[in-house]
Ligand binder design. Structure first.
Ligand SMILES: Nc1nc2c(ncn2[C@@H]2O[C@H](COP(=O)(O)OP(=O)(O)O)[C@@H](O)[C@H]2O)c(=O)[nH]1
Ligand SMILES: [Mg+2]
Length: 459
């Protein structure tokens, strides 16, 4: 049991509701709540709900349901009671005041989860996932947070760390033998291992660019020449008439945006002014802003009017765009009025973007529906969102992974330059502690523990 004080906080948002939950946790949680009741709850069976009347000096506060969790089998690891009262701010405030009068303290933000971490109920990455899962607004963010909360990410990290620990133990064993010049840890094996682990660490580290973008909301920008049908497609994707559609070129002068919900993902979809030689100052500004959006986008959806654009125009646009962004997805629009050879366009798009282009008619609902599905699967494929893949969504983790990767590189360079065992071990330990920082595990004792558990040298 911890020797913390006892904390109280409202666990549900403020305002009127069917119920509101007040959470009390700490060594004095049971006796303090008992003081507000006419009976002793603290003697009762754990993990059970009790309907009770709660009193303060002025009289009855509410009749409410108290959920009892005896530590260590609780979220925080401490004795905890969750009291579900009628959802009124007045009742909640009066109940909390009564508990404060008993000597409780108002919990700091995240303090229940912090205690769960300090009491070993969650590791750091899991504790961080608690905030993420609450914040998640679409399936991707939710899936990643859930995986992290359930320890999947921590397990991945632990597996990498354990393999490094094993080698550190061997190298440090060599150091113990000092002048005897033994080599327990094969340098070839170490090179293989570290190379292998570095690939995994780098993949995780690199996934942050995507993880962060998706967590913050991935931006998909519609770009192309005036009259290509961008605004028509924008409206069709969102299923509403938000952008003005007109056959007067240059109608959309400022960018407009809305949320687009694809299967499992929520994106910012931005409709922009067309890219071309501007005819007036306002349009010029619109075009400049279009390029800013493209530069900051997760992906740019380049739309062209297949019935009027020439192969040369397409090529010019794509090569200009590719100086602004890495991810260009091309849509050939107005296929309903296209007559020529679409294969020639496909070849240009393939050679410029290395991706197939879509053909559609933004005016046709079925065509757009089909496109939405394909867009969704291109996201999954191109961005590497595979169901079982871990994507790092937390900047602190990405930073630790970067640090770890650098240390691993030092080891690889070190082996090549015949670095001494103690220096290799230094970098190994740094790499391990970078990984450990993610889950909040202390590594030094582990290195020792690992040595003692695996080798009985009797020294
Ligand atoms: N035939 C045909 N016309 C379209 C299609 N999509 C858009 N248009 C027309 O093309 C014109 C320009 O469309 P708009 O969405 O304003 O283009 P933007 O300038 O790229 O935003 C409008 O008259 C639209 O009705 C399509 O798939 N087929
Ligand atoms: Mg427009």
């Amino acid at each position: 049991m911890s020797n913390f004080d006892t904390i109280v906080a409202r666990a549900t948002p403020s305002g009127k509701g069917a119920i509101a939950v007040v959470r009390v946790s700490g060594p004095m949680a049971f006796p303090m709540v008992d003081e507000l009741l006419k009976s002793k709850l603290s003697l009762k069976k754990s993990h059970t709900a009790y309907l009770r009347q709660f009193f303060d000096e002025q009289g009855m506060i509410d009749e409410a349901l108290a959920l009892l969790f005896r530590g260590p089998n609780s979220y925080t690891g401490e004795d905890t009671i969750e009291i579900s009262v009628h959802g009124s701010d007045y009742i909640v405030n009066r109940l909390i005041a009564a508990l404060l009068a008993q000597g409780c303290r108002v919990a700091d933000p995240g303090e229940f989860t912090q205690r769960a971490f300090l009491n070993g109920k969650l590791d750091l990455a899991q504790a961080e996932a608690v905030a993420d899962i609450i914040a998640a607004e679409h399936r991707f963010a939710h899936d990643q947070a859930l995986k992290q909360l359930r320890g999947g990410f921590s397990d991945d990290i632990a597996a990498l760390r354990d393999r490094l620990l094993h080698f550190t133990s061997l190298i440090e064993l060599e150091l113990d033998f000092g002048e005897e010049d033994v080599e327990f840890a094969s340098r070839d094996e170490l090179t293989n291992l570290v190379t292998n682990i570095k690939v995994k660490v780098d993949a995780l580290k690199d996934s942050f660019a995507l993880g962060n973008a998706l967590k913050q909301g991935f931006t998909l920008v519609l770009a192309g020449r005036p009259n290509a049908g961008k605004s028509t497609l924008f409206n069709a994707l969102l299923n509403e008439d938000k952008a003005i559609v007109s056959d007067i070129a240059g109608t959309t002068r400022d960018a407009i945006e809305d949320r687009l919900h694809l299967e499992g993902l929520s994106l910012r979809l931005i409709d922009t002014a067309g890219i071309r030689e501007a005819t007036d100052v306002i349009e010029q500004q619109g075009i400049a802003r279009t390029f800013q959006h493209i530069e900051m986008s997760g992906a740019t959806l380049y739309v062209f009017d297949a019935s009027t654009v020439t192969l040369e125009m397409l090529q010019i646009d794509l090569s200009e765009l590719s100086t602004k962004t890495d991810r260009i997805w091309v849509v050939a629009n107005k296929m309903d009025s296209f007559m020529g050879d679409i294969g020639a366009f496909e070849r240009v798009v393939m050679s410029e973007t290395q991706l197939p282009m879509w053909q559609l008619s933004a005016k046709d609902r079925l065509s757009v529906q089909q496109f939405t599905k394909e867009l969704s699967s291109r996201f999954q494929r191109d961005l590497g969102i595979l169901d079982d893949q871990t994507v790092v969504t937390n900047a602190r983790h990405a930073n630790s992974l970067l640090h770890c990767s650098q240390e691993l590189q030092h080891i690889l360079d070190g082996i090549e330059n015949h670095l001494t065992g103690d220096l290799l071990s230094f970098h190994l330990r740094s790499a391990i502690s970078a990984l450990s920082a993610i889950t909040g595990t202390i590594d030094n004792e582990e290195v020792l523990g690992n040595i003692f558990s695996k080798f009985c040298i009797g020294k």
